[in-house]
Each structure stands twice: as C-alpha cells, then as structure tokens.
Design a protein around this ligand. Structure first.
Ligand code: SAH
Ligand code: SF4
Ligand code: F3S
Length: 466
C-alpha cells in the first residue's frame, strides 16, 4: 500500500466521521490519528453518529463486558445506516481496535452490515481501505487484521490537529510480557518502540500547537527502548530527560508501566520537576503465588522495594495501581496478601476488576476457578479499602494551594475543571480566560473522586489571562 504524504491534500466535499472510543488511552490516541489520516479525504469529525458518512468503533477486548458493548452498539447504530441507505447514501460502518483484531471474522458473520474490520496496526492503510469499501457496496467487505512489517508510526502523516492542552503521545506499542490473563500481546502484537528523536520532534510540535502537558503512552511504556540519536538505545528515563528540555512544556506523565521495567535510570528521572509526582504502576495482586500464576515475574516485596526507592527520589510521589481479584486459585489468604500490600503502599487512586477469562489466554484454561460470588465480595472489600485511601488522600489536600492545569469547562456555568499534579479532578469557579492555564488553586473541599477550590488571584495569573 502506498504511503500517505504530508502535502496539502486535495479535499473532497466534507464528509462526516463519527468515532467512538473504548478502552485505554492508546485507543484514544489512535482515534485522533485515524481522524488525522482521514482528514485529507474530506472527513470531518462530528459528535453524533446520526447522519455520519463513516462510523468507526474503536474497541477494547480487555474484559468480556468491554467486548459485549461493541455488539450492543452496533445493533443500535444499524438503523442509522439503513435510514441513510434509504436516502440513497452510504454510511461506512467500521470496527477497529482490539476486538476487531481478536474477533474480526466473527464480527463480519454476526453483523453483516459492518463494512470494515481492521486491527490497531493497520491504521496507516485506512485511505486505501476506505477507497475500496466505498467502491464495494456491500459485497466486498474489508478485513485487515495483519501485523504489517512496516510500522504504522513510520507511515502515518504528522498530526493534523492540536491535541489539546493536555495531550497524549504514543511512544511504544505492543507487549511481550504475556501475563496469563491478558489479551494485549495478541491484539496489539509484539513490543515496538519508536525512535527517540521521532518522539521528541512530535512532542515539540505538540507544544507548538498548544499542549502544556504530555502523557507518554505505551501498553508497557517503560519497556521503551528506542534508538537514540547517538546510536545507543534509550530507555524511558533518558527520553524523559530529553523531553524535559522542551520549552513551553510544563508537565510530563507516562502510562502504563510494568514493575519489572522500573530501572534505576527511570527511578532517578522522577527527580525531574516537570515529571508529575504521580505514577500508575499496576501490581494486580499482593500474593506471590498469584503473581507467579499471572506470569508477572516479580514478587510483592519487589513492588514494595520499587515504591520505596521512588519515594526516596521524590518524597511526595503518589501512586495508583490496577488490581484483579478472583484470579484462578486465589485463596482468602492470597486476597488478604493483596489487602496488606494496599495498606503498606497507601494509594492515591486505583482501578480494580473482577477476573474475566479471555479466550486464547493461558489463564482461560486454568482450573480452580473462584466463584463469582466470592470474587464480587472480595472486590467490594478491596474497593472499600481503596476508596478509603483515595478519600483520605483527597481530604489531606484541603487547605493546600496546588497548581492546576485547567483543561476543560466544568459541568456548571462559570466552572472550569482541571487536574492536579496528582491527577485529581479539580473544579473551580473561574473565568473562561483561564482555560488552558496552569493556575494556583486553594483547595477548599475534598470528595471521594474530586476536589473543589478557589483560584488564588495573583498578578501573574491575571496577566496570563489577559
Ligand atoms: N499494560 C498494563 C495493563 C493493561 S490492561 C499492565 O501491565 O499493567 C489494564 C488492566 O486491565 C490491567 O492492569 C488489569 O488490571 C486489567 N485486566 C487485564 N486483563 C484482565 C482480565 N482478563 N480480567 C480482568 N482484568 C483484566
Ligand atoms: Fe497485558 Fe501484562 Fe502486557 Fe500489561 S504487561 S499489557 S497486563 S500482558
Ligand atoms: Fe483494551 Fe486494547 Fe487498550 S484491549 S485496554 S484497547 S490495548
């Protein structure tokens, strides 16, 4: 397939593109890139699917529930396509992302009105796929779930649109870790790192286009090992050092990381002020037996050691994590070990899930299953503890003055919403002129999931808002 170029494209009449995104931030980033690559074909992104010329569902396969949502959404969207066809027009229906990769043929069978199914590594081939599908009128549906030898990053055009003040940048894709519960190595393929300078250049362009915060993304972002300009291989710590030098960039984050790849260089990088003092470091379980069955290849104490090392480098570092409860073979003692790890670390926020057996993964064949009722009850206990820790963390912020990046309008009139350094949602009454600014906010109230505060008015804030 030919390479899309960055030259000013010849635009056709405007067509409406509706993209719905599930899953992780990698998918959110990919959705942006898909709309970038379709823009030269005349596609403009719209917020509602009703009259769209093309609908892309960018899907997630991580748990059973996530996959089910795709089929219920397809069913809901079908009448829109039929209505459009009655008017003699075409609505291209596409399923992208990880469900497309894992269940491409099944989707085509179960939803005959779907025109295109394509996996995460094929987005650079979208213009050709769309051209074929438009010509096909139903009988030549597109399925593309290859893992091409050429990387989509080399072929995608430069970003066309501003990614916003708080933006995402994919630096690494895929995963070679093969945790026994997880579909990602199968849906995203082998680990791949972009080159360091490609990433730094993209980050610079993002900052030129108004981004002040960049979150470096990867399924295993700290497994990053990109070619450096000096001929050596750079790890994530080295890359962050370089990105830190970009003028105008105020905040750096990275996600999602794996405990096994927290090397010393990366730990040291946490002294960099622009790197926000908040780290999402999934551990999944606090039981060594379960960690081994999950193929995580580290122990609970190893995780505790990393946290301790990181806290030495950055004493105010706050942590979040992911937990799975009810993994096959999890005993009450294993679960209690997880609760103890949570008590030891003390998290600022967390995600937790009931184990969901995924077809094709090694854990799906494991025996000694935990009964759903037991898992549900454990999940409740675990979430109660995590919520308590999150609430305590939020309440401890009351009275503090914290820099907040106001990145969006709040739900109420005259309200703006932003993020603290610790990734908390913060609501303030503030003039819209402060949108996209980092402002000092005095926290007045703390809740389970958010904070409210008042803008601390100073000369600098006022002049920034002029
Ligand atoms: N790369 C990340 C995780 C990506 S998936 C890491 O290694 O931690 C995001 C989270 O979904 C995982 O951390 C895990 O907690 C959860 N998850 C993944 N597969 C799951 C499954 N089969 N059942 C329940 N939760 C799962
Ligand atoms: Fe999945 Fe494990 Fe890879 Fe994370 S590290 S994406 S949980 S296989
Ligand atoms: Fe889901 Fe795929 Fe991300 S399975 S979590 S969208 S990598």
């Amino acid at each position: 397939m030919s390479t899309p170029t960055n030259k000013t494209p010849q635009t056709e009449a405007d067509k409406k593109l509706f993209i719905k995104t599930w899953g992780c931030q990698m998918n959110a980033y990919d959705s942006h890139r898909m709309s970038d690559i379709l823009a030269p074909l005349g596609y403009k992104t719209v917020d509602v699917p009703d009259d769209a010329d093309m609908i892309i569902l960018n899907t997630c396969h991580i748990r059973e529930k996530a996959t089910d949502k795709v089929f219920s959404d397809l069913g809901r969207l079908r009448p829109l396509k039929e209505k459009k066809e009655e008017q003699g027009k075409k609505m291209l229906m596409a399923v992208a992302g990880c469900v497309a990769q894992a269940e491409g043929d099944f989707i085509l069978k179960r939803a005959p009105y779907v025109d295109m199914v394509f996996g995460p590594q094929t987005y650079h081939e979208l213009p050709e796929m769309v051209a074929k599908a438009i010509g096909a009128f139903g009988d030549n549906r597109i399925v593309n779930t290859e893992f091409p030898t050429d990387s989509k990053f080399d072929k995608l055009p430069e970003e066309q649109q501003s990614q916003g003040v708080a933006a995402f940048l994919s630096i690494q894709e895929g995963c070679d870790k093969f945790c026994t519960f997880c579909v990602v190595p199968y849906t995203r393929g082998a680990e791949y790192s972009r080159t360091a300078m490609e990433i730094v250049d993209e980050a610079k362009r993002m900052v030129d286009n108004g981004s002040k915060e960049i979150t470096l993304l990867g399924q295993n972002v700290n497994a990053f090992h990109g070619d450096g300009p000096d001929g050596s291989t750079w790890g994530l710590g080295r890359l962050i050092e370089e990105i830190d030098k970009i003028n105008g960039l105020e905040r750096i984050r990275y996600t999602t990381s794996h405990p096994r790849d927290m090397d010393d260089e990366l730990i040291e990088a946490h002294a960099i002020e622009k790197l926000m003092p908040f780290l999402h470091l999934p551990v999944q379980s606090g039981s060594d037996k379960i960690l081994e069955a999950m193929n995580r290849k580290h122990t609970a104490d190893h995780y505790r050691d990393i946290i301790e090392k990181l806290r030495k480098v950055r004493p105010n570092l706050a942590f979040s994590s992911d937990f799975i409860v009810g993994f096959p073979g999890e005993s009450e003692q294993d679960f209690e070990d997880t609760m103890q790890l949570i008590r030891d670390v003390n998290f600022a926020s967390c995600y937790s899930f009931m184990y969901s057996a995924r077809p094709g993964t090694p854990a799906a064949n494991m025996q000694n299953l935990v009964h759903d009722k037991v898992s549900a009850e454990r999940l409740q206990r675990l979430q109660a503890l995590l919520n308590e820790q999150q609430r305590a963390f939020n309440l401890a912020c009351i009275g503090e003055t914290m820099p907040i990046l106001l990145d969006r309008k709040g739900k109420r009139d005259g309200q703006l919403q932003g993020r603290s350094a610790y990734n908390q949602s913060v609501y303030v009454k503030a003039n819209e002129r402060l949108l996209s600014e980092v402002v000092d906010v005095k926290i007045t109230e703390g809740f389970d999931k958010s904070l409210t505060g008042e803008v601390v008015t100073s000369e600098s804030v006022l002049s920034a808002a002029e």
